[in-house]
Ligand binder design. Structure first.
Ligand code: DLZ
Length: 163
């Protein structure tokens, strides 16, 4: 894995915009919930750290990563949110249709990003095994949920700066 020696969650907090006033939805896959709930918690903590109010963070669940796209679309259709963070975990060694699920989510979220006027963040882990998943959900390689939250904040701030 390209990230083998990195803690991907390390970032310079002085370069992260304020999330004050931002309304962020999270859509979380229940499949591999030991991992995805850790991603969720990392994302929520990070949004709060940068100033998002608890009442402006809305968490929703879908059965598996394949359903992230539909969940994200329905949340966007409410027009209540500035960004939707999508969190999932598909484990290669345990999932015969790994490629189908990962491609479907990647294509689905790309479509949403180019169709809607808010960012949809791809926070889906695609590790080879559970050990690698844990390392990226609060373990030695950080927490991908933290990165997803930082990405959401940066994208919302970018859009605001352009309008
Ligand atoms: C069916 C399935 C399998 C085998 N593995 C995973 C997985 O590792 N991670 C995940 O998020 N979801 C998995 N799923 C469920 C699919 O995402 C989806 O929920 C079902 O195929 C029903 O559409």
């Amino acid at each position: 894995m390209a990230s083998a020696l990195k803690n991907l969650s390390k970032h310079d907090s002085s370069k992260i915009p304020s999330a004050k006033g931002m309304r962020i939805a999270l859509v979380v896959s229940e499949w591999n919930d030991e991992i995805t709930y850790a991603l969720r918690d990392g994302a929520i903590d990070t949004l709060a750290q940068y100033g998002a109010k608890e009442k402006n963070i809305s968490v929703h669940y879908v059965p598996g990563s394949f359903e992230l796209t539909a969940g994200a679309k329905w949340l966007a259709d409410t027009k209540k949110y500035d960004a939707v963070i999508c969190l999932g975990c598909v484990i290669q060694g345990e999932t015969r249709h790994f490629d189908f699920i990962c491609n479907a989510v990647a294509i689905g979220l790309t479509d949403l990003n180019t169709t809607y006027n808010i960012p949809f963040i791809f926070g889906v882990l695609t590790p080879e095994n559970m050990q690698q998943a844990k390392a990226r959900a609060g373990g030695k390689h950080g927490n991908k949920g933290v990165e997803a939250a930082v990405t959401a904040i940066k994208m919302v701030a970018l859009k605001k700066s352009l309008t």
